[in-house]
Write a protein that binds this ligand. Structure first.
Ligand code: C5P
Length: 399
């Protein structure tokens, strides 16, 4: 499944490094060509000799090979790889990646790599939840690195909690899905709606919501990194918009503008992922001048906004697919299933507000993915980037 894929495995110095022989074996078994880079500290936890044996390749630690006197070219290594997986990622290497402190081959290679980079952090529970670590992981994600969050369980310190490196099998699966998905998206075009809509009351006020567009942007970035063309129709947000030469970005404000942009572009895409939090209603009349306050109560009349996703469902051709999002607070699964039927969808990603770290504004999410044939799969709480990878891989596999 990974036939001929060139995978660079970066190992930093945590106890979980002892599992990397197994990870490399799993990757090689799948047909990947694997090269390993170790930090000096990690060679105390896993021997370069065993890694070079399982990978069938030279292992790189320093800028030069002491035996041959040959320079280890970090730029060549960075350009060689189709994927750079860093496991385990320690707090020290994380901080260096964030700051660009390139005092070893590992970090210089990271800075030279043009391929997707995935990291699997591993550290003690208190280190993992320290604000510095959280801030650094958030920055890494901002820089486009895919973070596989640490698992919960027994830690080397004897403590129990969050901080375990994801198991080699889980990492291999994640990498497999990444490449399966990538093969499917090259040459495809996807329309994404994202962010809130603002519905004007007067020239200076609007009715809006707290959506940031982060989930839709993460999906757009994942698709772009996997070779798809993306039409991103985004409502107002303070988030950074994705940038890419395969991206057509259309900024809109209101639901009616969003509908107009969808209607203009939907016919030329293979499918659509509608993540936008569209206002269901808008003020009936938009005052020409700023509404003045007076002593009494104020009444506004609202009219229904168009259901943009429903329009796409009614107008989709047989070769187009559609994925909606649903945020439900009660009877979630049944409501989501109804929505699939009512809006003629192929998939729906359901996020319930039950978990505090999901939904609007958070960098994390957890979803249940449902399809029109009543299949479902749960993606547990993870960064929006990881959830985006999983959603995109699921759609690639199932459409
Ligand atoms: O019906 P509900 O608003 O719960 O459906 C949510 C899904 O429909 C989301 O995918 C959202 O982007 C889309 N939607 C839309 N236009 C609306 C309302 C929702 O495209 N007016």
């Amino acid at each position: 499944m990974l036939q001929g894929k060139k995978i660079l495995v970066g190992v930093s110095g945590g106890i979980a490094a002892y599992k990397i022989n197994h990870l490399v074996r799993l990757l090689v078994k799948q047909g990947a060509v694997v090269k390993c880079i170790l930090t000096t500290a990690s060679s105390s936890f896993v021997s370069p000799l065993s890694l070079s044996t399982v990978s069938k390749n030279e292992v790189y630690t320093e800028f030069w090979n002491r035996e041959t006197g040959k320079w280890n070219n970090h730029v060549e290594l960075g350009l060689w790889a189709d994927l750079f997986i860093i496991a385990p990622l320690t707090a020290n290497s994380l901080a260096k990646m964030v700051s660009g402190l390139s005092d070893n081959l590992f970090i210089t290679t990271y800075l030279s790599a043009r391929c997707p980079v995935i990291v699997a952090p591993a550290m003690d529970l208190d280190m993992y939840k320290h604000p510095t670590t959280k801030r650094n992981l958030a920055q890494l994600q901002e820089d486009g690195v895919i973070v596989m969050p640490a698992a919960t369980g027994e830690l080397a310190s004897g403590l129990e909690g969050e901080g375990r490196m994801q198991e080699p099998e889980e990492i291999t699966n994640f990498i497999l899905n990444h490449f399966i998905s990538k093969n499917k998206w090259k040459g495809k075009k996807v329309l994404i709606t994202a962010g809130p809509t603002y519905e004007a009351m007067d020239p200076v006020r609007f009715i809006g919501n707290h959506s940031t567009g982060k989930m839709g942007f993460a999906i757009a970035e994942t698709l772009l990194s996997q070779g798809a063309e993306v039409v991103l129709i985004a409502g107002p947000t303070k988030e950074m918009y994705p940038e890419h030469n395969q991206l057509k970005l259309i900024k809109v404000t209101s639901a009616e503008e969003m509908l107009g942009a969808v209607q203009q572009n939907f016919h030329e895409v293979d499918g659509g992922i509608f993540t936008a939090a569209v206002a269901d209603y808008r003020p009936k009349d938009v005052a020409k001048q700023k509404i003045k306050k007076n002593e009494g109560e104020m009444q506004l009349t609202f009219v229904k906004n168009p259901d943009i996703l429903k329009w796409a469902g009614e107008n989709k051709k047989s070769n187009q697919w559609l994925c909606g999002f649903a945020l439900e607070t009660n009877n979630a699964i049944n409501n989501a299933k109804e929505k699939i039927a009512k809006k003629n969808l192929d998939f729906i990603a359901l996020n319930t507000l039950g978990d505090k770290a999901t939904g609007f504004g958070y960098s994390t999410n957890a979803v249940i993915m449902l399809d029109k044939n009543n299949n479902s799969v749960e993606f547990e709480l993870a960064s929006k980037q990881v959830i985006a990878e999983k959603i995109v891989a699921y759609i690639a596999k199932n459409n």
